[in-house]
Design a protein around this ligand. Structure first.
Ligand SMILES: [Zn+2]
Length: 82
């Protein structure tokens, strides 16, 4: 997935609600720019942006069932690493 505005592939997934700030995985993902916070108010019926570009701060909406969201599991068999 790339930013539709600048073409960067450094994209963060925007989370809504209250994340677990003490969660180690959250801290790592947030620090590395993999996730961003969209605020704690969730508006129903509105397509809020779900991705944010870390380079140009452009935000856009990606449907949950978008093929782009499944590329992390392509080519690798499901394994339980934990
Ligand atoms: Zn961008």
């Amino acid at each position: 997935m790339k930013c539709p505005q600048c073409g960067s592939d450094w994209i963060a997934e925007i989370l809504y609600g209250f994340p677990d700030f003490n969660n180690e995985q959250f801290q790592q993902d947030h620090a590395s720019g993999k996730i961003a916070l969209g605020g704690c108010v969730v508006m129903e019926g509105v397509e809020q942006p779900t991705r944010r570009c870390n380079d140009c701060n452009h935000e856009w909406y990606v449907a949950a069932d978008s093929p782009d969201s499944s590329d992390s599991q392509a080519g690798s068999p499901p394994m339980q690493s934990k």
